[in-house]
Design a protein around this ligand. Sequence first.
Ligand code: GLY
Length: 368
Amino acid sequence: MAVIPVALAGRSYSVEVGHSLLERAGELAAPFLRKASVPVVADRNAWALHGARLEAGLAETDRSASVYIVESGEGSKSWTGLAALTDWLLAEGVERGDHVIAFGGGVVGDLTGFACAILKRGCGFVQVPTTLLAQVDSSVGGKTAINTSAGKNLVGAFHQPSLVLADLATLGTLPERELGAGYAEVLKYGVLGDRAFFDWLGVHGSEVLSFADGPLEHAVATSVAMKAAIVAEDERETTGRRALLNLGHTFGHALEAQTGFGERLLHGEAVALGMVLAARFSARAALMDASDASKVAAAVSDAGLPAEVASLGLNCDGATLVEHMLHDKKMDAGALPFVLLRGIGEAFLARDVDLADVAAFLHEELAR
Ligand code: GLY
């Protein structure tokens, strides 16, 4: 088991990564659970597959779960979903000093975290992420949000969990495509800040994707450690450091918007392709070697993730994709910062990228 601290003044917490954590949830979360009945907000599928293990873990310390089921999918991260959940938490008698367990992927984590940020002006919560993407990214760092008709994650709060329990056994039931989408975020950490980890994934990536215990734990723990370090330096994304975690997200956002934010292109797949585009754009601008950009594309493709925009069969031009970027929440005083690369492991924030150049580049990629 690995325990990774997220060091925040007065609000530090641990991310625990390993096996059989659900069975030990009562003991591990004991400092935060004041009552015998524990409110658990759970993704429907995750609960059906793994809920009994959490219940057994809580029972070990004479606690039981009071469960609120959330349907899978981004549609649950809505104003109505938030209202229904907060009403339930109030009916459960959750107090400011209590903790709620969020059990599932990013949708449940984001929705529950936001509900806990506003319930009685803020109660506690424990993240129990059950997808690879949630374990390495969304459950760590305190970004919580819902979607509105204007876009994804546009209403939310920074609200840190008190504990994150990432039980690796929950990943074994993930559909292959969802596992791959989560792996894109693992790869992202290597590309943005750790060339040795990128190289290690080149050797061990297939073992990670086939759930080999040691490599899987190493990949998740290394990813979480990098995220924890970045969040500790720049919790609210004000210095540009945390923004590096958005590598691949600006190009990816445009592709997600063009494909309707759905099954056609999952978020992690869009990030993977977005990373390839950020690398190629960086090489085209002579910021990094073309050979490094090719290595990023090869790593994405080797993981079974999309590495070519042309393969999506989009019926649009580069300017249309840039237009989508302008609605990205990363827009800042009329400018759009891009995370670019000086090499693998050397991401930086570029605030002066010419969008006409981006459109021309995407035009070339669409025709590749
Ligand atoms: N997923 C990016 C961040 O947490 O900052």
